[in-house]
Design a binder for this molecule. Sequence first.
Ligand code: SF4
Length: 290
Amino acid sequence: MRDLTNEILELIRRTSSDLPPDVEKRLRAAVEKEAPGSAARGAFETIIKNVELSRKNSSPICQDTGTPIFYVKTPEGWSTLKLKQQIRTALAEATRKSYMRPNAVDAVYDKNSGNNLGGDDFPYIHFDEVEGDKLTVELMLKGGGCENVGAQYSLPDNRLGAGRDLAGVRKVVLDAVQKAQGQGCAPGILGVSIGGDRGTGYVKSKEVLLDKIGTRNPDPKLAELEERLTGEANQLGIGPMGFGGKTTVIDTKITGLSRLPASYFVTISYMCWAYRRRKMTVKGNEVLYD
Ligand code: SF4
């Protein structure tokens, strides 16, 4: 089996320092919507300058390089044990090269490991065996500030008047955005899962964030809700970093899961503007980065 440590190191470098083009395009469009001289426009201009400098210098887009979450899809015959070791080696090296800040702090002993390696949970790696001959490794770096404003609701929520239907989903998602205000480094991207248990709700609400900006759920009902939520969140006037302004959310992505008859969870993962996610595809000797 091929050793992919160096290729994974490059994936980490790109993810940490090179914001994906679809995200950058939306941020650039958002600048133009704000009035010249406004705090919102200033915030967007600073964000864009930061994005350009990070790309040029291979330096992290944000001082918080986030929780590294890997999604690996393997064709038959690859050892997940070996891949896990290669990912861990690459991450420690990326930390040594300052592509990543040491972020793994033992929650019980309050000690930073210094190399981004914690127990089995850090980095978190999702493995999935797939058909075909392509191996893919996707990396998401999920900032702590935006993770703090993620939320889970158990419907019905009488306080918000949210029942067990899509109208109720709409109410709680907007409540989460309203509560987040500028914390979590708006403008954000909302990953929403409807259903599941509490654990899968959070897993799936993050996974849906791997889709490109502007891609809609194939279910027309959910696609319509995605568009509506983005539009309505932007009417809240929270704006970039909470300075006020026209763009609070740049996209919403929803996934519908199964649920137990007794439960109806709506889970929101809030991703900050530093929406760092990249993909590497390996086929034969070829390695492509997206
Ligand atoms: S929420 Fe995102 S942009 Fe804000 S500090 Fe954390 S990683 Fe950086």
